[in-house]
Write a protein that binds this ligand. Structure first.
Ligand SMILES: Nc1ncnc2c1ncn2[C@@H]1O[C@H](COP(=O)(O)OP(=O)(O)OP(=O)(O)O)[C@@H](O)[C@H]1O
Ligand SMILES: [Mg+2]
Length: 369
């Protein structure tokens, strides 16, 4: 996966006063599944449209398989796009819809038919070739759109929220199918979504975008467990954030003091003594048990001591969410902490009862504030 398929170098796109994408640098490898993830308006679609050739960068350069694409119209780029609203031709059959692009390229009729049938088979729609789009379910129409996009085997497939219109169950099924298809074909995918769970399950790497810039680029694990900014920590999944100052440094960990708490966090090279930092702790990393008999009130482990973090508090809310139970605990310092436990673990806990929360330093991430 080392060959570079797409490169964006210093790409900016301004629409009048609005800067949709700002000085973006991004390398996508051949055969990679890369996701652009971020909230509405952060520049995901604009980025895709520049790669596809529907939009011209205000500044910067885009290379596709080593070649600059400036000035090339969309149909001259070896790139296809699947949009959220897949716009099939209603009066054409499924087969005609899929073969349409080949007909435009003057591929002989019989060959176009054979390749369209093959593409339909890949998206598990063999036997549907004679139907019209309105005779298909939403998920099936979406698959036709994918078949249409892969039929001429582009080097790159751009997908802009392709599952946005589907219900949750179908969406999950299509996520798995798309991922398998991508692996089987070896086509480079750039996938746009604002759904973090979708991004985490499908991607080789994720570029988290905000306000036209990439905040962090990394694997799902890196993005989830080692967020580098507060925005990333907050946007990806649920988390607990504590803000405080680094008061002690040692090889094995840092001590962070908030106005009311003291936390031990992993040693982090870019953080120095005195720095103001955010500490992110995922709800599922925290263990909960009834208040210790020894009753350690207030803060936790002493400065410099490397060990579990321990907070005491009071259970405010307990919500059954299926596979797990979600707890909201007000710690003695006043902050609300969300905890997710396996169902058995919190069985004996009642609303209002005193509890102790613990987590290991390495289960938290530190970001410079
Ligand atoms: N043709 C245009 N003219 C003016 N402004 C535009 C145009 N296209 C996009 N924008 C602006 O650029 C910014 C980025 O838009 P973009 O469509 O790339 O966001 P997005 O990340 O795809 O959002 P969403 O998740 O809502 O689809 C927004 O502020 C948007 O209003
Ligand atoms: Mg968009």
């Amino acid at each position: 996966m080392d060959a570079i398929m797409i490169q964006l170098a210093g790409v900016t796109k301004a629409f009048g006063e609005t800067v949709a994408v700002r000085n973006l640098n991004l390398t996508v490898f051949r055969g990679e599944f890369l996701t652009l993830l971020g909230p509405s308006g952060c520049g995901k679609t604009t980025t895709l449209r520049m790669i596809a050739g529907f939009e011209k960068p205000t500044e910067g350069e885009i290379l596709l398989d080593g070649q600059p694409v400036e000035g090339l119209p969309p149909y001259r780029r070896d790139v296809n796009t699947v949009f959220q609203h897949y716009a099939l031709f209603p009066h054409m059959t499924v087969l005609e819809n899929v073969a349409f692009g080949l007909a435009m390229k003057h591929v002989p009729r019989e060959e176009a038919r054979r390749r369209a049938l093959e593409a339909l088979e890949m998206v598990q729609l063999a036997g549907f070739e004679g139907r019209r789009p309105r005779q298909l379910s939403g998920g099936q129409q979406q698959r036709v759109a994918v078949a249409r996009a892969i039929v001429n085997r582009p080097k790159v497939l751009l997908l802009d929220e392709p599952l946005g219109a589907l219900d949750l169950k179908l969406r999950k099924q299509m996520q798995v199918e798309l991922k398998h298809l991508q692996q089987r074909l070896g086509i480079t995918f750039i996938y746009v979504t604002h759904d973090q769970e979708e991004a985490l399950t499908m991607s080789d790497r994720i570029a988290v975008m905000s306000g036209g810039v990439i905040e962090q680029l990394g694997t799902s694990e890196e993005i989830y467990h080692r967020p580098r900014t507060r925005f990333v920590a907050d946007f990806i999944g649920e988390t607990n954030l504590f803000t405080g100052q680094v008061v002690a440094l040692s090889a094995s960990g840092l001590t962070v003091e908030t106005p009311a708490l003291r936390l031990t966090v992993p040693a982090t090279p870019e953080v120095s003594a005195g720095a103001l930092v955010h500490v992110s702790v995922r709800p599922e990393a925290i263990r909960v048990r009834p208040e210790d008999a020894s009753g350690s009130h207030g803060a936790l482990v002493g400065a410099g001591t490397v060990g579990s973090n321990r907070l005491s508090g009071r259970l405010l809310e307990k919500t059954f969410i299926g596979a797990a139970t979600r707890l909201v605990v007000e710690v003695d310092a006043g902050q609300l902490v969300t905890v997710q436990t396996h169902n058995g673990d919190s069985h004996s806990l009642r609303q209002g009862s005193p509890v102790t929360l613990t987590w290991e330093p390495e289960d938290s991430a530190v970001m410079v504030a």
